[in-house]
Design a protein around this ligand. Structure first.
Ligand code: IPE
Ligand code: IPE
Ligand code: MG
Length: 237
């Protein structure tokens, strides 16, 4: 069973810092190290798609100071990490409503996502100001526009056509969805794209997530039976 796509809700940075009596932003900084390690592990494992939830559409509701520190951290991390990522054959792609970010950050994201000409080993999607509901709604609006123009299309509008308007349209569905930090919820992440994902809720806080946790999830995934609606007998036939 080959793994094509892992998606991660990187949660627990704030608690990691609070446990150490440090400001929450220190937890976000520590989280960047886990991001770096996880990208390396994914490349090593030969898994071609990784999607990381970095900032949700709801995270704007956090204290202004934390949001602004997060924006600074995005900017500096993109600047610092992109050359090495490109050298490793990692293609960056940002998903979410990017229009709410500063012009400076939007330009940095565009530059970082410019194509790596060859040696594409990993498609790394970073979800920022992303919400699964937003994604489905924006796809629905695009479909509505098409149907308004050509009403005959409506009866033929199927799942695949609709999905082609979503973020990650040209990428495989999520096989493994990991949430660190111990909460058992999806928090408006890839709602459509995770329709048949195997979900792993891990207690480890994101800054402590390492290669061993990654491997443990992969091992447990390989022991699960994905039935996609069929019976166990059918799957094993
Ligand atoms: C996830 O960690 C990072 C972002 C949402 C940006 P949190 O900051 O949510 O950490 P906890 O859940 O408060 O510990
Ligand atoms: C989800 O974490 C978003 C990211 C990890 C970027 P949150 O910490 O924001 O989720 P809730 O609010 O606890 O559901
Ligand atoms: Mg959290």
């Amino acid at each position: 069973m080959s793994i094509q796509h892992i998606a991660i809700i990187m949660d627990g940075n704030g608690r990691w810092a609070t446990q150490r009596k440090r400001p929450r932003t220190l937890g976000h900084q520590a989280g960047v190290k886990s991001v770096r390690k996880t990208i390396e592990t994914t490349v090593k494992a030969g898994i071609p798609h990784l999607t990381l939830f970095a900032f949700s559409s709801e995270n704007w509701n956090r204290p202004e100071k934390e949001v602004s520190k997060l924006m600074d951290l995005f900017l500096s991390s993109i600047q610092k990490e992109t050359p090495e990522l490109n050298a490793k054959g990692v293609q960056l792609n940002f998903i979410g409503d990017l229009s709410r970010f500063s012009d400076k950050l939007q330009i940095k994201m565009q530059q970082a996502a410019a194509n790596v000409p060859e040696n594409q080993r990993l498609m790394l999607n970073i979800a920022v100001n992303y919400g699964g509901q937003w994604d489905i709604l924006q796809a629905a609006k695009q479909c509505c526009e098409k149907v308004i123009e050509s009403p005959d299309l409506l009866p033929h509008l199927g799942v695949d056509e609709f999905a082609s308007h979503l973020s990650l349209a040209d990428q495989p569905a999520v096989d493994i969805l990991i949430r660190t930090g111990g909460e058992h919820r999806i928090s408006n992440f890839l709602l459509w794209q995770s329709a048949y994902a195997e979900i792993f809720f891990e207690d480890v806080l994101w800054p402590d997530f390492d290669e061993n946790h990654f491997q443990s999830v992969v091992d447990r995934f390989l022991n699960r039976e994905r039935r996609f609606g069929q019976t166990s007998e059918q799957v094993n036939a």
